[in-house]
Design a protein around this ligand. Structure first.
Ligand code: ADP
Ligand code: ZN
Length: 520
């Protein structure tokens, strides 16, 4: 029998003619016994990168994955192809696990899938010590990052693999890793010697669109009716309640939709997910609990009704669209409330200051992507350290937005915030700017302020957009400890003094409205 080569396994076992992208190099690197850190977007073909070396190398390849629910399917698919694979996790009964261990001892397996908590049990580590190990593959390696939303504490302990099995090559794989997360993976998993293979993160068939939110749900409905009648897609919302309300709302308006969030009964979740995978015209309304490991090729759109916490989250969620390569849409409605809400969640979390700082920075990058007037894809890829040309397939390329000099408008806003002693929230500030004689205005004598009514030429929605961008540019902050009042930052001073100009993005043609009440 001729020796197994990577290419012959690809062709005879998996039935594919050629490697894609870096696959060939990655596989050879591992077959040669070296470590690797693999960054590849979802759907690009990470699995073969460890499956083939596990088959070619002597011994069993151990795949660490947090996705217990998918192990059965993965193993079934491999067995179907004639690859000897099995898994060990908490869903198995004792007998089945015993049987897998017997096969391992007999050297009868090419691949073993195992959950990290199972792998780390002394008993499992002892068992593995007695075997020939072809490699360790650490899937979804970004779970090691404490700053990310998929953090799994057991992942940090996976450094024992390096200590206990120093001569076994290890490969860590992930679809989401900005340079910071990448460095964290290398450090925590002791992969500092590993070769990094970074694939292009571009998903050219996905069109990115971010609209200004006024009534998110109604905007979504219009958008889906216009662009995605009868299509399968995912709508992400922040809260469980909103997930359910949105699913109801879409269903009542003729778009079949099901909810998915971690608060639903496991059987309901499983049933909804199964229907989503099976049917071709279903919308899944979900929290971010939905999606990791979901492989449905014909998801035609991913919509966000709330702002994700980071660009990685946005990229990962939108990446579930168009895995078949056909055109797909990533659509998001974004507004002032999103910025305030996300900042509040960070401010009010129990986390330490370092953690909060990182979260604020990630959020700021996400807000920057929303507010940009240049190509969204360029910004998105830049975040992952990849440079590219304007794409022609995002809203800012297709309908270039205008940036105007908003200095005067922002000065009006900042001085109003100053004059009300930085003690009032958005709604009241807008009333003062627009010269609306509310009960509150009377109570605090704010009609006497010199800025009362100086912003009456703009609508409430326009002022919200100005405030949002002013917060996004860190000229204003929201003080959550005092009734969400708006406060000036250090950066506001040069703007107020006329030393610094401010650019504002105009989303749609501003519709001028008459003031609704008059103070004189
Ligand atoms: P990922 O884990 O990166 O999301 P998968 O490993 O699940 O991606 O692969 C996605 C799909 O691409 C699978 O259906 C896989 O069989 C297919 N695929 C992977 N590599 C190749 C290849 N070299 N040629 C053709 N199809 C491939
Ligand atoms: Zn573009």
């Amino acid at each position: 029998m001729p020796p197994l080569t990577a290419l012959s396994v690809l062709q005879t076992t998996f039935g594919y003619p050629a490697f894609r992208g870096h696959q060939g190099d990655i596989i050879q690197n591992i077959i040669d016994g070296h470590d690797a850190l693999v960054l590849m977007p979802t759907g690009a073909g990470k699995s073969l990168c460890y499956q083939i070396p596990a088959i070619v190398r002597r011994g069993v390849g151990v795949v660490v994955s947090p996705l217990i629910a998918l192990m059965q399917d993965q193993v079934d698919a491999l067995n179907e192809l004639g690859v000897k694979a099995a898994f060990l996790n908490s869903t198995q009964d004792y007998e089945t696990a015993q049987d897998v261990e017997r096969q391992l001892r007999a050297g009868a397996l090419d691949l073993l899938y195992v959950a990290p908590e199972r792998l780390l049990m002394p008993r499992t580590l002892d068992l593995l010590q007695s075997l020939d190990i072809a490699l360790f593959a650490i899937d979804e390696a970004h779970c090691v990052s404490q700053w990310g939303h998929d953090f799994r504490p057991e992942y940090i302990k996976l450094s024992v693999l390096h200590e206990q099995f120093p001569s076994v090559p290890r490969v860590a794989l992930t679809a989401t890793a900005d340079p910071q997360t990448r460095a964290e993976i290398a450090l925590r998993l002791q992969l500092t010697e590993a070769r990094e293979f970074v694939s292009s993160f571009d998903r050219p068939n996905i069109r990115y669109t971010i609209v200004e939110k006024n009534n998110g749900r109604a905007q979504l409905l219009n958008y889906l009716k216009a662009e995605h009648a009868g299509d399968a897609g995912i709508v992400y919302c922040l809260s469980r309640k909103k997930v359910e309300e949105t699913a109801d709302f879409l269903s009542k308006n003729g778009i079949p939709a099901l909810p998915y969030h971690a608060g639903l009964d496991i059987s309901v979740r499983a049933a909804n997910q199964a229907r989503f995978l099976r049917e071709d015209n279903l919308v899944m309304t979900a929290t971010i609990a939905f999606g990791m490991g979901i492989d449905k090729p014909n998801v035609r759109f991913v919509a966000h009704l709330d702002l994700p916490k980071s660009i990685e989250g946005y990229y990962q969620e939108t990446g579930r669209a168009g895995r078949d390569g056909a055109p797909a849409n990533a659509w998001m409605a974004y507004g002032l409330q999103d910025v305030v809400q996300q900042r509040r969640m960070i401010a009010e979390s129990e986390a330490g200051d370092d953690f909060k700082r990182v979260q604020y920075a990630k959020l700021d990058a996400m807000i920057g992507l929303c507010e940009t007037i240049t190509c969204r894809r360029v910004q998105l890829l830049h975040y992952f350290d990849q440079s590219s040309e304007p794409c022609g397939n995002c809203d800012t390329c297709l309908h270039p937005p205008k940036a105007v000099d908003g200095t005067e408008q922002v000065q009006k806003l900042l001085s109003t915030v100053y004059r009300v002693k930085q003690r009032f929230a958005t709604g009241h500030i807008i009333d003062v700017l627009r010269g609306i004689d509310t009960e509150r205005v009377q109570q605090f004598h704010h009609a006497e302020l010199s800025t009362f009514g100086i912003g009456a030429d703009a609508s409430e929605a326009e002022w919200r957009a100005v405030i949002r961008q002013t917060i996004a540019q860190n000229l204003l902050t929201v003080d959550f400890e005092s009734f969400s009042s708006l406060q000036l930052t250090e950066l506001a001073r040069p703007v107020l003094k006329g030393e610094q100009k401010v650019k504002l993005r105009i989303y749609e043609k501003p519709v001028k409205t008459k003031r609704t009440a008059n103070h004189s």
